[in-house]
Ligand binder design. Structure first.
Ligand code: SDX
Length: 392
């Protein structure tokens, strides 16, 4: 009974949607993309192969993979007018602010792929989004450091092309470091999709109204930005830097357990994984490999490993089932490669775009789909009559 209203007792929470794309078992730490375990995909797949799998439901044959890579590579360039769009931002604008703006503006430039009732246009829009996100993210980074934009070079891999657009300069030839390319490939695969998380649900809800795909992905980017979600990778690395050295870990563990302190261990905990995040295991192994291969000794990696060990033995974290999630180690790798923390969530958005477009396509191509309309439990005032201001 809330006020004069009784809410519908038949109103029960039902699953948000049906989907055949990703399966998660939070207790067993299982993550499958179209039935394939995430660790096997991270080990053996290219990011384009995973994108094809998420979009089409099956791993591609060699011919299908080659055609898909060719198709994506034909959409990597951005309309030249959009380059001037960047110049409207301050140089210190957060890359996620730029990505929200630029991706949302794409419908103004590619309106020949905004008719969501046309399957051909839906697929062209999906290919454009997957292809252009690396260009958009790299341009946001270049703009922030005052270096010239780099055009895509389509004979490189998806990941290699992104690294060259980010770290290459027109004055020199850029050699893609295979160790870095391998690490980026794994990071992109580990972030590709994750069932109905907050940002994917945002994309689906926006898409359910018939909004164009570019606007829907911009909505997903906005939601991902939050520190409780995709923004956690940036917050986790900033936290590791603030801790600074292993001796300070107990102080922060104490703060994380203090109910009066809003501090939380960033990169720890998950709404679904109450055992371990299978992506964190692959991410940790990748961090070790990258630091060793690049000869980078970063004290924050020691802090991260020590923090994980202490937290895994701490009764509070064990009782609350808090384990490292995908965001805990990713920042160590990205920092070792040379990305500023401000780019971390932009890279998450770049990779998650393949999951967002796969989930959007799955929803929008369902003839039964209707506009989303989450229900509420009303807890406000009962009905009452208006009171003139001189009687209040
Ligand atoms: C991602 O949904 C997805 O799939 C997301 C994602 C994806 O791929 O899309 O996996 C990506 O968003 C990973 C999560 C990244 N976020 C962080 O690392 C931020 C830090 N983590 C927390 O904010 C938190 O763990 C959440 C938001 C991730 C999950 O929160 P829940 O499931 O809503 O759990 P909760 O907030 O109800 O916490 C349960 C208890 C609480 O204590 P009590 O109120 O029960 O006493 O655990 C505590 C919390 O205070 N807790 C933490 C904690 N996380 C939860 N305490 C300290 N540090 C933490 N990190």
């Amino acid at each position: 009974q809330t006020g004069a209203f009784t809410y519908d007792p038949g109103f029960t929470s039902t699953a948000a949607c049906e989907s055949a794309i990703t399966y998660i078992d939070g207790d067993q730490g299982i993550l499958l993309h179209r039935g394939y375990p995430i660790d096997q995909l991270a080990e053996h797949s290219t990011f384009m192969e995973v994108a094809y799998l998420l979009l089409n439901g099956e791993l591609p044959t060699a011919d299908e993979h080659q055609k898909f890579v060719y198709t994506i590579s034909r959409h990597t360039m951005l309309h030249e007018q959009l380059a001037t769009f960047y110049r409207g931002f301050r140089r210190d604008a957060h890359p996620m602010a730029i990505m929200c703006g630029v991706v949302g503006a794409l419908s103004a430039f590619y309106h020949d792929s905004t008719d969501i009732t046309d399957p051909k246009q839906r697929m062209i829009a999906s290919h454009r989004l997957i292809a252009k996100m690396p260009t958009i993210a790299a341009m946001a980074y270049k703009y922030s450091i005052g270096q010239p934009f780099m055009y895509p070079q389509n004979d490189l891999s998806y990941t290699g092309n992104f690294l060259r657009m980010t770290f290459g300069v027109p004055a020199e030839n850029y050699e893609v470091n295979p160790v870095v390319e391998q690490a980026m490939r794994r990071i992109f695969i580990l972030h590709a999709d994750h069932e109905q998380n907050a940002s994917t649900s945002t994309v689906r809800l926006a898409g359910s109204s018939g909004a164009n795909p570019f606007a829907c992905i911009a909505a997903g980017i906005a939601c991902l930005w939050g520190p409780a979600h995709g923004g956690a990778n940036e917050a986790a690395l900033n936290m590791l830097r603030e801790i600074g050295r292993p001796e300070r870990i107990p102080e922060f563990i104490g703060r994380a357990k203090d109910k009066d302190d809003p501090f939380r261990l960033m990169g720890f905990g998950h709404r679904v994984y109450k055992n371990f995040d299978p992506r964190a295991k692959v991410m940790k192994a990748t961090a070790e490999a990258v630091l060793n291969e690049l000869g980078v000794t970063d004290p924050i990696f020691d802090v991260a490993r020590e923090l994980e060990q202490i937290a895994l033995k701490d009764d509070y974290f064990v009782e609350k089932k808090l384990y490292p999630n995908v965001d805990f180690y990713s920042g160590v790798i990205l920092s070792a490669i040379g990305f500023p923390t401000s780019m971390f969530t932009a890279l998450f958005a770049l990779a998650r775009t393949v999951g967002w477009v796969a989930q959007w396509n799955e929803m929008i191509s369902d003839p039964e789909q209707k506009i989303g309309r989450p229900r509420q439990l009303y807890t406000g005032s009962a009905q009452r009559d208006y009171v003139p201001v001189d009687q209040r």
